[in-house]
Design a protein around this ligand. Structure first.
Ligand code: GZL
Length: 312
C-alpha cells in the first residue's frame, strides 16, 4: 500500500544522497578491472554517488585518496588494500570522522575495530584447493613446482602461499623449487616464468606452475610456448581468479585448473552499508565469498563465453 511505497521511496531517497569513495588498487589484472566495473554498476543500481580513485598499485596513493574522501565528507569508503600493513593511521582518521570503511578482496593487519567489515574469499583455502587439485593430478610421481606469487606483502600473496604449502606437506614427491613475485600482472608473470624456464633446464625439469592469479598464468603460458614446451601438458598450470582468458586457455588445453574469485565484492559490501546506515546494524567482520574449482572438464569454452562481457 501507500505506506510501503512511502518507505521504499524514503529508502531510495536515503541511499540516493549517499556518497561513497572507492580507493581501488589499480588495474593490474583482468580480475581487478572486473571488480571495478562491477563495483561502479552496484553503486549505480543503488543510486549511490561513487567517487573512484585508481592508485596505480601504490599504497601512498590509496592513503591520499582515503584522506581526500574524508575531506569530502563521504558517507562510506571502500578500500581494496594493496598490502596488509601500514593502514592504522588513516583508518583511525576515518573512524574519527565517523566514516565507515569496508575492505574489499584483501585484508589488513589493523585492528578490526578500524573497519566496518571485510568482503573477500578465504585466501588460504584458495591455495589449499589449488594444491589439492595438483596432488590429484600428479599422484606419487616426482613433481618440481615453480610458483608465481602475487604482490609482495599483500594478503592474497601471503595466504595463497600458506594454503598451498600447508596442503603439500606429507606429499614429498611435490616440491616447490622456485617461488617469486610476478606482482599479479601478465607482463611480470611472463618475465619471471622465462627466468624459471632458463634456470630449470629450459623448463624440462618443471612439472607444474602454481600462479597466485590467472593473469600471471596467462603470461607464463606465453613464455612456456616460446620455450617450445606445451603448457597444460609438459607443465601443468593451476591458478586463481577464473578470468575469461584462463577459461580460453583451458578450452585449448593450455591450462588445467583455476579457483574462481567473484569480482562482485561490492554487492555484499553495499548491502552491509545499507543496513548500517538505516539502523546501525553491525555486520560480521568478515563476509566470505565462495571459491569454486574449474578444470578442463567444466565446459571452459562455455565459461569463457559467459564471462567475457563482464568487464574483465
Ligand atoms: C584477491 C585479489 C587479487 C586477485 C588478482 O582477492 O586481491 O588481486 O587474485 C588481483 O587478480 O590483482
Amino acid at each position: 500500500g501507500s505506506v510501503a511505497a512511502l518507505a521504499l521511496s524514503a529508502t531510495m531517497a536515503l541511499a540516493a544522497d549517499k556518497t561513497i569513495g572507492f580507493a581501488q588498487i589499480g588495474s593490474e589484472s583482468g580480475w581487478r578491472a572486473a571488480e571495478t566495473t562491477v563495483t561502479k554498476q552496484q553503486a549505480a543500481d543503488r543510486g549511490l554517488d561513487l567517487r573512484f580513485s585508481d592508485a596505480q598499485q601504490k599504497q601512498e596513493n590509496q592513503i591520499a585518496a582515503i584522506r581526500s574522501f574524508i575531506a569530502q565528507g563521504v558517507d562510506a569508503i571502500l578500500l581494496a588494500p594493496v598490502v596488509a600493513t601500514g593502514w592504522d593511521a588513516v583508518l583511525q582518521e576515518a573512524k574519527e570522522a565517523e566514516i565507515p570503511v569496508v575492505l574489499l578482496d584483501r585484508q589488513v593487519d589493523s585492528s578490526e575495530d578500524l573497519y566496518l567489515t571485510a568482503v573477500g574469499s578465504n585466501l588460504v583455502h584458495e591455495g589449499e584447493v589449488a594444491a589439492e587439485w595438483l596432488i590429484g593430478a600428479v599422484g606419487d610421481k616426482p613433481c618440481r613446482i615453480v610458483e608465481l606469487e602475487g604482490t609482495t606483502g599483500s594478503s592474497p600473496a601471503i595466504d595463497r602461499k600458506t594454503g598451498f604449502e600447508n596442503t603439500l606437506k606429507g606429499h614429498d614427491n611435490l616440491q616447490v623449487v622456485r617461488s617469486q613475485t610476478g606482482d599479479f600482472t601478465r607482463a611480470q608473470g611472463k618475465e619471471v616464468m622465462e627466468s624459471f624456464l632458463q634456470a630449470e633446464n629450459g623448463g624440462k625439469d618443471i612439472c607444474a606452475l602454481y600462479a597466485h592469479n590467472d593473469d600471471m598464468a596467462v603470461g607464463a603460458i606465453q613464455a612456456i610456448k616460446e620455450a617450445g614446451l606445451q603448457p597444460g601438458k609438459d607443465i601443468l598450470i593451476v591458478s586463481i581468479d577464473g578470468v575469461p582468458d584462463l577459461f580460453k586457455a583451458m578450452s585449448e588445453a593450455e591450462a588445467n585448473a583455476t579457483v574462481e574469485l567473484t569480482p562482485n565484492m561490492a554487492g555484499p559490501a553495499l548491502d552491509a552499508l545499507d543496513a548500517y546506515w538505516k539502523d546501525g546494524t553491525m555486520p560480521p567482520k568478515f563476509i566470505q565469498t565462495e571459491s569454486k574449482l574449474y578444470t578442463q572438464a567444466d565446459d571452459p569454452a562455455g565459461e569463457y563465453d559467459r564471462r567475457k562481457g563482464l568487464g574483465y
